[in-house]
Design a protein around this ligand. Structure first.
Ligand SMILES: [Zn+2]
Ligand SMILES: [Zn+2]
Length: 380
């Protein structure tokens, strides 16, 4: 041992001089007591590799899995609180700055439903010596209700989105889509960390769907997206609900969505002499296909998505029937699917002369050939 001429201020022993040879991190300050260097014995006597809290309390929302951090709730979508406990403990642990080659492991031991003992195993190199340490941090999971879930449970909402349809009730599919649109909108807002975004309640009523939404702005956003997706339009109106404690008037806003009178896949007769139309789209002006010729039909600007017309059925009413003979460019003979009598009917341009069977719709005006579902796929 070479002599350094320095002495430990704690115990008075002379300190070994080969400090420079030790594989400590570059730039790491030597262990000191004030300005003086301690000997290894004194240094390790009070050395803690790991700085750990005595215990950790984790507050989680038992309804939505949010975790309380700092002074607010954060959505982490937790199903498994053990993962949350591991994460919280890992963040709370500190390793001594002078340690290098640090490795560590955190192993949860479930004590009961709400208590986890977290075994934290650390090792690292300090002053050329491999040091290891185990600490056990008790974690208590406190199941609570976050502010948002509390508001939902309390029935809080600011807007209602009503989904209705013009002269009919919305179909199950339309209601399903409207609901998906609302849920996707709220999920997008939640993804940005907005904890004010929620749907309090979805009610299926005779006339359609009612959805209670947390804020007016989101109610409007949802109504707009439903119309973008399904056509139609919406209006909003305010309802005075109550006065709050300070005598301020509190309003709720209803966004009333009216879906178009006809829907894609419906067969209507505008009674303009050119025969029935298969509706392809109701976004903007109603657009469709004439069943007698295959030509395009578009409602006038004034009529928009609701021209005066009689409803004849929907694509779902179509039945396959046999083609008996192709008569000429304008006529084809098929079997009536109900009476099996041969009928001469109009030949639209989408009719495939090689086809043995075609889908037809029978209505009070007679029989018409429909385009194949795939070929005539509507834009909606
Ligand atoms: Zn000493
Ligand atoms: Zn919650």
């Amino acid at each position: 041992m070479s002599r350094s001429g320095e002495f430990c201020p704690r115990c008075g022993d002379e300190i070994e001089a080969n400090l420079d040879a030790r594989p400590t991190a570059p730039g790491a300050a030597g262990p000191r007591d004030g300005d003086s260097v301690l000997c290894d014995d004194c240094y390790f006597a009070e050395f803690d590799l790991v700085d750990a809290p005595d215990r950790i309390d984790v507050r989680v929302c038992s309804r939505c899995g949010a975790v309380h951090r700092g002074n607010r709730w954060v959505d982490v979508g937790a199903q498994d609180y053990t993962d949350i406990a591991v994460e919280e403990v890992s963040e709370a642990l500190g390793v001594h700055l002078e340690a290098t080659d640090v490795s560590w492991e955190v192993a949860p031991e479930q004590v009961d439903e709400n208590n986890i003992r977290m075994h934290c195993q650390f090792s690292g190199v300090v002053r050329g010596t491999l040091v290891s340490e185990e600490v056990v941090v008790p974690v208590k999971i406190a199941r609570q209700t976050c502010d948002r879930c509390g508001r939902i449970a309390g029935g809080s909402y600011a807007a209602i989105v009503q989904v209705r349809a013009d002269e009919r009730t919305p179909t199950d599919e339309e209601e399903e889509i409207a609901r998906e649109v609302a849920e996707a909108y709220i999920a997008d807002r939640e993804a940005t960390g907005d904890r004010n975004a929620f749907i309090t309640e979805v009610d299926e009523v005779d006339e359609g769907l009612n959805m209670k939404i947390s804020t007016n702005q989101m109610g409007q956003g949802i109504a707009k997206r439903i119309v973008d997706r399904l056509g139609g339009s919406f209006e909003d109106y305010e309802t005075l609900v109550t006065e709050d404690g300070d005598g301020n008037e509190v309003y709720r806003v209803t966004f009333a969505v009216r879906l178009p009178r006809y829907r894609a896949g419906e067969i209507i007769d505008p009674e303009d002499g050119d025969g029935p139309v298969l509706v392809r789209s109701v976004r903007g002006n109603l657009k469709g296909t004439r069943l007698a010729t295959g030509e395009d039909y578009e409602a006038s600007f004034e009529d928009g998505d609701a021209p005066e017309a009689r409803r004849l059925g929907t694509r779902e009413d179509a039945r396959e029937t046999t083609v008996v003979a192709v008569e000429d460019d304008n006529a084809v003979q098929v079997l009536d699917p109900e009476t099996y009598a041969a009928e001469t009917i109009p030949r639209p341009d989408y009719f495939d002369p090689a086809a043995d069977d075609v889908p037809v719709i029978k209505h009070r005006e007679g029989l018409h050939i429909l385009p194949d579902a795939a070929a005539g796929a509507d834009e909606d």
